[in-house]
Design a protein around this ligand. Sequence first.
Ligand code: NI
Length: 150
Amino acid sequence: MIMNIRKIGDPVLRTKAREVTLITDQTREILDNMAETMYAAPGVGLAAPQVGILQRLVVIDVGEEHGLFQLINPVITEYSEEKEIMEEGCLSVPGQEGGVLRSKAVTVKALDRDGKEIEIRAEGYLARAIQHEIDHLDGILFVDKVIAGE
Ligand code: NI
């Protein structure tokens, strides 16, 4: 089911999402609806607050060899010291792009859709998407961090 994507100005985008304490079929249904919504948009990432759900859930598919990630309670455990500026956009901020400084590589720990602990070492575009989506879980939008752009 394609969900309605909330746009900047909606207070839900500024609210911190809660940790998921019990992974159920409903959790997996939300993750699947989020993936469907992301692909339909089209986009490369979506966080649950963007569809009005204040749970720590994100989906990411940057279209490289990685495929779809559906992450529950993702936490970045390591940031590379090396940073870079890249242009970002966001489905909740239509028509706007801007350069954001972020770590080039991150390590993220999360639970997968079956509740299994996973760890991802990401760099480049995937690392960027992970940092952007996890920001959404804390009510942060890329426009808060833009240091260059239109
Ligand atoms: Ni976004």
